[in-house]
Design a binder for this molecule. Structure first.
Ligand SMILES: Cc1cc2nc3c(=O)[nH]c(=O)nc-3n(C[C@H](O)[C@H](O)[C@H](O)COP(=O)(O)OP(=O)(O)OC[C@H]3O[C@@H](n4cnc5c(N)ncnc54)[C@H](O)[C@@H]3O)c2cc1C
Ligand SMILES: NC(=O)c1ccc[n+]([C@@H]2O[C@H](COP(=O)([O-])OP(=O)(O)OC[C@H]3O[C@@H](n4cnc5c(N)ncnc54)[C@H](O)[C@@H]3O)[C@@H](O)[C@H]2O)c1
Length: 457
């Protein structure tokens, strides 16, 4: 058996920089990766999906320019779109490989599992180390629908290998992936059907977020089938046929399954090192420590909010903790975004979440149709909402639905990190005419509904 100073299992968003940093300090670090280097984000998550959406939204916006009096004929070169996506993906992937190599990390390209205390084995190597970090992420959770397993369905894993635009796309799941990739292919020309088992899309968000998005999707002829399950999947002559629980049948040349994630722990044999799992996820404390001393877990596999910036921040915090700094995983403000059009930018608590915690909370909402910039630019669907604690006046959360709100929500992230009050935002003088100008306007709603809140409105 070999020994090392540190083992990292999985080359996700946290594992790669951690392995590289430790190796640069002169430690002997081994990283195991069973698939391509760089994990989900780079290879089959954020990077390819956002490069793909750049093309899709360019097409969508060009069509919508009709509203501005600009008439265009959109012609999509799908192979060129996907080639660009794969080129970006590949360049990021090569960057990961170079980073690990330059830092002196020993990379073992194989699946790792525990065979003893802090002892990790793959095909032909067994290594023990005093420090082991699990960063194995998640994979698609595939529902047990009769017939599905025998068909060449797509998940986010193989979606970006598509060579031809499917004339008709069927999507199971109305969450992040189904909506982003579903709207994306629709904007590039596929007739798109999204099958949702509940009565709304993006069902973890406030209901008016779901309604706003659903209306936007339906306006661009995306078919959303609510409150139905898929009972049967068949594949014949390159065509998928879905039989729905209401008896309806839908056909398409591509089927995307986007029904959530499952943690990559099935083959990890975590128990061999005394590591407990909870519903398949690695159980950690507030310092990322598992139930085995010296073994830590970061990112999606530790049931952290499943976003790249969270896994990456886990790495920064774990590194500080390993250097005996007083950091935890929970003392941070987290935001996220959904890259549909309109976008959803979120941070902190919703009104309902705050009230459930017993906080004396209040929310104000400003529709996009009352924002000068949104009217001028023709993006007047959506709203900005802020939640505050009425006892302390501190900002507790925000929901922004509209044009590029993933950018704007950072104003709230910083204000909340600084524990600012809504009065600070209200007193800020933002530039006219911008979307950002609407944020002090939003805060001004706490002063009274009928006051003028910004120039021209
Ligand atoms: C389509 C899609 C789009 C997304 N878009 C965004 C976005 O826009 N913004 C955002 O913040 N987040 C986004 N996410 C989420 C984001 O990709 C993940 O939250 C992030 O990659 C988490 O990374 P991680 O570090 O936990 O692990 P991962 O990046 O998942 O990496 C885990 C690695 O471990 C490897 N592995 C697993 N088991 C083993 C084993 N036993 N031995 C060796 N190696 C193993 C895997 O092969 C994988 O490479 C998206 C996800 C998807 C699927
Ligand atoms: N913009 C981003 O940051 C981004 C983008 C994509 C993915 N992600 C991350 O990846 C995660 C996974 O995305 P996802 O879209 O797979 O999951 P999700 O949890 O967002 O959505 C899955 C949806 O599928 C539904 N569903 C589950 N089983 C079903 C079934 N049998 N039939 C029909 N519907 C079913 C669920 O009700 C849910 O609405 C996200 O939660 C997010 O953390 C982030």
């Amino acid at each position: 058996m070999e020994t090392a100073d540190a083992i990292v299992i999985g080359s996700g968003q946290g594992g790669v920089p951690l392995a590289a940093d430790l190796a640069k300090e002169g430690r002997n670090v081994v990283l195991f990766e069973r698939d391509v280097l760089g994990g989900s984000c780079i290879n089959y998550g954020c990077t390819p999906s956002k490069a793909f959406l750049a093309a899709a939204h360019a097409a969508g916006r060009a069509r919508k320019a009709d509203n501005l009096g600009i008439h265009t004929q959109v012609s999509v070169d799908f192979p060129a779109v996907m080639k660009r996506v794969r080129n970006i993906r590949d360049s990021f992937n090569q960057g990961t490989s170079k980073r690990l190599h330059d830092a002196g990390v020993k990379v073992v390209c194989a699946e790792a599992s525990f065979t003893g205390d802090r002892t990790v084995t793959s095909k032909d190597v067994t290594i023990q180390a005093p420090l082991v970090v699990i960063n194995t992420g998640t994979s698609s959770q595939i529902p047990n629908i009769p017939g599905l397993a025998e068909t060449p369905y797509l998940t986010n894993r193989n979606f970006f290998d598509l060579q031809q635009l499917p004339p008709r796309l069927l999507v199971i799941g109305g969450g992040y992936i189904g909506l982003e990739l579903g709207q994306g292919l629709s904007r590039l020309g596929s007739e798109t059907h999204i099958i949702v088992r509940g009565d709304r899309i993006l069902d973890r968000e406030e209901s008016d977020v779901s309604t706003t998005l659903a209306e936007a999707f339906q306006e661009e002829d995306i078919h959303i089938h609510f409150q139905v399950n898929v009972d049967q999947v068949a594949y014949d002559n390159d065509v998928f046929t879905l039989t729905l629980s209401n008896g309806e049948q839908l056909q398409g040349e591509a089927l995307l399954v986007a029904t959530g994630r499952k943690p990559n722990t099935a083959t990890l044999n975590a128990a061999a090192s005394g590591i407990n799992l909870e519903k398949g996820y690695v159980k950690i404390d507030d310092h990322f420590q598992t139930t085995c001393a010296g073994v830590y877990a970061i990112g999606d596999v530790a049931k952290q909010p499943a976003f790249t910036h969270v896994s990456w921040e886990d790495y920064r915090r774990l590194k500080a903790i390993l250097c005996d700094e007083n950091r935890t995983r929970s003392d941070r403000v987290l935001g996220y975004a959904v890259y549909t059009e309109p976008q959803v930018g979120r941070v902190g608590m919703t009104l309902e979440q705050a009230q459930k915690q017993g906080i004396n909370a209040r929310a104000v909402t400003l529709p996009m149709s009352q924002i000068a910039r949104a009217i001028e630019w023709g993006h007047d669907r959506g709203f900005y909402r802020m939640v505050v604690d009425q006892d302390t006046n501190k900002i507790l959360g925000a929901t922004l639905v509209g044009y590029e709100t993933a950018e704007l929500v950072h104003v709230f992230l910083s204000l909340m990190e600084a524990e600012a009050t809504w009065q600070l935002l209200e007193q800020s003088v933002h530039i006219h005419p911008t979307y950002g100008e609407a944020l002090p306007s939003l805060a001004r709603l706490f002063l009274g509904e009928n006051l003028p809140f910004c120039p021209n409105m």
